[in-house]
Design a protein around this ligand. Structure first.
Ligand code: ADP
Ligand code: F6P
Length: 323
C-alpha cells in the first residue's frame, strides 16, 4: 500500500449541495478518530491555490449537520484544468504536509482530484451534486433534499394554478440531466414531464394533451420542464396561444440547492465522508465513493469517469403511462 496518511485536506467544489456539511463533519470526526490532522480548504480548488487553509478540530464541525450549503464554501476554478496549475497545487499540498485530499463535488471536481493524484497527492472523491448525474453511483449528496424542496414548491404552485384553471410550466434544475424533473414529475402528478434525455420537442403533442384534458374537465395542467430543455417562458407563451388556456412559467432556480438536508442526505453523506477517510488511511488513492445496489463502495476515478448514466427506461415508461 501507499504512503502513510497523517494529514488530510477536505474541500467542496462545483455547485454546493445540501448534505455537504454532514460529509465534512464526518470527514473531520473520522479522521480525528484515526489520529489524523484535518485541514479545511476554503473555496474549492481556488482556495487550494490561494492556500486558504485552516486546521479543523471536532468542535469546528459541531452544529453544522443540519445546515444547507457548505461551511467550506465552494467555487469554480477553470484554471485547474491546466497542467502547471495542477503541479503548483500538488507543491502547495506538499509544502503544508497534506498527504491526502477528500474532494466533495461532481464529476468535474473528480477530474481535478485525478490530476492531484497524478502529481502524488492521494485523493478520494465524494459525489456531491443535486443533479444525480454521476454514473458510478445511484446516490449523490443533495439530490434527496433538492427533489423534496422542488416537490413541495411545485405542490404550492399547483394549488394556485388549479384555482385559476391555468396551465403551469415549472422548470427544475439538473443541468443536462432530467432526474429532478422525472422524480418531481411523478411525485407531483404532472401531466407532461420534459427531460433532455427523452424530449422530442413536439409541442403539438403537449397542446393536444391540454385540450383533451380540458374536455375531460381537468382544472389544472402541470408540465415539469428540465433545465436542460429550458425556455419555459417562451414555451408558455406558445402553449397559451395554441390552446387558449392561460399558461404561466415558474423557474424554481437556486432555492432547490439550499435548505436543511433531509435525513437521507445527512445519513448517506455521513457514511460516505467517513468511508472516504477510511480508504484514504488504508493508502487508497484516485478513488471515488459510490452507492450501488444497497452498498457503499469505492471505484477508480478513471473507471467512474468513463461510465455513462442513462434514465431507467422502465421508470420513464411508467411516468408516461400514469400522467
Ligand atoms: P462539478 O464538480 O459539480 O461537476 P464543475 O464541472 O464546474 O462542477 O467542476 C468543478 C471544478 O472542478 C472546476 O471549476 C475545476 O476547478 C475542476 N475541474 C473541472 N474539470 C476539470 C478538469 N478536466 N481537470 C481539472 N480540474 C477540473
Ligand atoms: O450542478 C448543480 C447545479 O445547480 C445545476 O443543476 C445547475 O445547472 C448548475 O448547478 C448551476 O450552476 P451555477 O451555480 O454556476 O449557476
Amino acid at each position: 500500500m501507499g504512503k502513510e496518511i497523517k494529514t488530510i485536506g477536505v474541500l467542496t467544489s462545483g455547485g454546493d449541495a445540501p448534505g455537504m456539511n454532514a460529509a465534512i463533519r464526518a470527514v473531520v470526526r473520522e479522521a480525528l478518530h484515526n489520529k489524523c490532522k484535518v485541514i479545511g480548504i476554503q473555496r474549492g480548488y481556488k482556495g487550494l491555490l490561494n492556500e486558504e487553509f485552516h486546521e479543523m478540530k471536532s468542535v469546528d464541525v459541531a452544529g453544522i449537520i443540519h445546515q444547507g450549503g457548505t461551511v467550506l464554501g465552494t467555487a469554480r476554478c477553470p484554471e485547474f484544468r491546466e497542467e502547471e496549475v495542477q503541479e503548483k497545487a500538488a507543491e502547495i499540498c506538499n509544502k503544508h504536509s497534506i498527504d491526502g485530499i477528500i474532494v466533495i463535488g461532481g464529476d468535474g471536481s473528480y477530474r481535478g482530484a485525478q490530476a492531484l493524484s497524478r502529481h502524488g497527492i492521494n485523493t478520494i472523491g465524494l459525489p456531491g451534486t443535486i443533479d444525480l448525474d454521476i454514473a458510478c453511483t445511484e446516490y449523490t449528496i443533495g439530490f434527496d433534499t433538492a427533489v423534496n424542496t422542488a416537490m413541495e414548491a411545485i405542490d404550492k404552485v399547483k394549488d394556485t394554478s388549479s384555482s385559476h384553471e391555468r396551465c403551469s410550466i415549472i422548470e427544475v434544475m439538473g443541468r443536462n440531466a432530467g432526474y429532478i424533473a422525472l422524480w418531481c414529475g411523478i411525485a407531483n402528478g404532472a401531466e407532461n414531464i420534459l427531460i433532455p434525455e427523452r424530449y422530442d420537442y413536439d409541442e403539438q403533442k403537449i397542446v393536444d394533451d391540454i385540450i383533451a384534458n380540458r374536455r375531460l374537465g381537468k382544472k389544472h395542467h402541470l408540465i415539469i420542464n428540465a433545465e436542460g430543455i429550458g425556455h419555459s417562458t417562451s414555451m408558455a407563451r406558445r402553449i397559451e396561444a395554441a390552446t387558449g388556456v392561460e399558461t404561466r412559467a415558474t423557474i424554481l432556480g437556486y432555492m432547490q440547492r439550499g435548505g436543511s438536508p433531509t435525513c437521507k442526505d445527512r445519513y448517506y453523506a455521513s457514511i460516505m465522508g467517513a468511508y472516504a477517510v477510511d480508504i484514504l488511511t488504508q493508502g487508497k488513492t484516485n478513488r471515488v465513493v459510490c452507492y450501488q445496489n444497497g452498498q457503499f463502495m469505492d471505484m477508480d476515478i478513471e473507471e467512474a469517469l468513463s461510465m455513462t448514466k442513462a434514465i431507467n427506461e422502465y421508470e420513464y415508461q411508467i411516468s408516461e403511462n400514469i400522467c
